[in-house]
Design a protein around this ligand. Structure first.
Ligand code: AMP
Length: 177
């Protein structure tokens, strides 16, 4: 079976989580399948192995899973981007909009070396608020954005458009709904 079809048929839709009207894309059945995971990792590694990437900056929490494997496979640094109050050292914050209200993403102030080529990774792109906050944090320290990578792109939401408008980059992804 094609990788895309196999991953799509393994992702579990959970309706009404975390609130009514949302269909949550639950990737835990994918994580539970080591053969599928290996193929997914190969897909991402092939995308980036010929590019000069100094660090993968991954978004808490599900972005950490594939993000850290990707950093390992590309033999580059791993940078955690976390929700407010979770990182122990000096941080810089970026506020972003959620459907209702706002949230903050944080990075350690010594995480980005100026001029470093940084790939942002998360499990899923929806409105793009989280990924755009990540991009602005990285650029604020003089980092260069190598790209934005996701397992899933919810193409009916404006995430890709927002990344294009704010950074001139199209997202890389395996699965599009
Ligand atoms: P956004 O900032 O709107 O692009 O939302 C992306 C972030 O929210 C990612 O970290 C996702 O893990 C999470 N997220 C948003 N919508 C969903 C969904 N339908 N299923 C699973 N995760 C989601």
């Amino acid at each position: 079976m094609l990788l895309i079809d196999q991953v799509k048929s393994t992702i579990r839709d959970v309706e009404g989580y975390p609130k009514p009207g949302i269909v949550f894309k639950d990737i835990t059945p994918v994580l539970a399948d080591p053969v599928l995971m290996k193929r997914i990792i190969q897909f991402f590694v092939r995308n980036y192995r010929d590019k000069k990437i100094d660090a993968v900056a991954a978004i808490e929490a599900r972005g950490f899973i594939l993000g850290s494997v990707l950093a390992h496979e590309l033999a580059c640094s791993f940078i955690p981007l976390r929700k407010a109050g979770k990182l122990p050292f000096n941080t810089r914050k970026q506020r972003y909009d959620l459907e209702y209200g706002t949230a903050e993403l944080e990075i350690h102030t010594d995480a980005i070396k100026p001029g470093a080529s940084v790939l942002v990774h998360d499990d899923l792109l929806a409105t793009g608020g989280t990924a755009c906050a990540a991009g602005h944090l990285i650029k604020s320290f003089g980092g260069e954005l190598a790209g934005f990578s996701f397992l899933i792109n919810l193409g009916f939401l404006p995430g890709a458009r927002n990344l294009q408008e704010q950074f001139g980059l199209a997202p890389d992804f395996l699965i599009k709904y």
